[in-house]
Design a protein around this ligand. Sequence first.
Ligand code: PLP
Length: 392
Amino acid sequence: ANRAASRFSTVGASATYAVFDQVAALRAQGVEVLDLGGGEPDFDTPEHIVDEAVGALHDGFTHYTPSRGVPALLQAVADKLAKDNGVLVDPASGVVVTPSAKHALFAALMTVLDPGDELLVPTPSWVSYTAMARLIGAQPVQVALDGANGFRITRELLEQHVSPRTKALLVNSPNNPTGRALTLEEARAVSQFAAEHDVLLIADEIYEKILYDGTEHLSLASLSCCADRTITVNGFSKGYAMTGWRLGYAAGPTDLMAQLLKVAQHTVGCAGSFVQRAGVAALTGPQEPVQEMARAYAARRDLVVSGLNSLPGVACSPPDGAFYAFADIRATDFPDAATFTQWLLRETGVALMPGTAFGPGGEGYVRLSFATSPRVLREAVERMGRALGGRA
Ligand code: PLP
């Protein structure tokens, strides 16, 4: 008999963790794997942030905090949203600090979706949105974006997937896995669609600090028509290289945040106390380390994109942001992306993610993470070149 709840019948295990496990197993056998499958900065957390956490620990700042978050962090988040994003929220009622952006997303979905409600998710997308929606009994509706159109969100595509049960639309920019950043034109299409169908918006902006070629980040909540219907989710993992700290936040309209706070109160209590102090240091301290990391990603992006484009049958547009290259492999002689990535791992020890892991629209693409050293990236491209050349 199935002892777990029926909600799991439609939830698969995480495809990214599957590759992670495969890499670990190969390494245990002594294979030298170049892992470009995962998605975390290889940089250490900037020193001043670490120092603040260590100081907080020694100060005995080791107790529960208010569930919403420590006041200094709520203020720092509200100030940051106003300054960087043009998003105005009240620190005392419009922000909830969470242990990770992942938990902020889960809490946001829990806040807005009833069982049976539909959540529109443009794909290819990060793997957890659809799983989270299903875990809370809602129905994810994937909106396949077209690679030939640069994975742009269009009004037409949204209209094709809307229904009377559509409650919310999730927009991730800069995007994992495509690397696309939302344009003003797309944001307008989203906002008009949302207003017309009375749909709430959840904006995942976790890669905001990692943008290239002068691309500017656009927050949906900064558009006057979206401000009252958008929950903005962000965190510290990517921009500040703080993946293991687990710190994020949700911000938005007071009525929704009051309910989201209940999710936080009843599921986690609060984010780590000293971790929150580190978050204040991250937001209010020097931003040079963030800019330095972004510059390093930019150099790696150029290296990887030109490397990929030199491979037979592979084409890759430079991403606007995040640290992923999403490459089109349809001109190779592999029947699908998963066959390609499995072959590549076996033949060369290079681990990539098949685009299919990210939902409809990802078929024929592979995702390569360049949050790793240029040496590893060069070696990976070389191995790929040798293996693909050997087949030609
Ligand atoms: N959103 C996207 C698009 C991500 O890629 C990730 C991490 O992989 C997250 C959210 C989660 O970030 P956090 O580490 O804050 O949970």
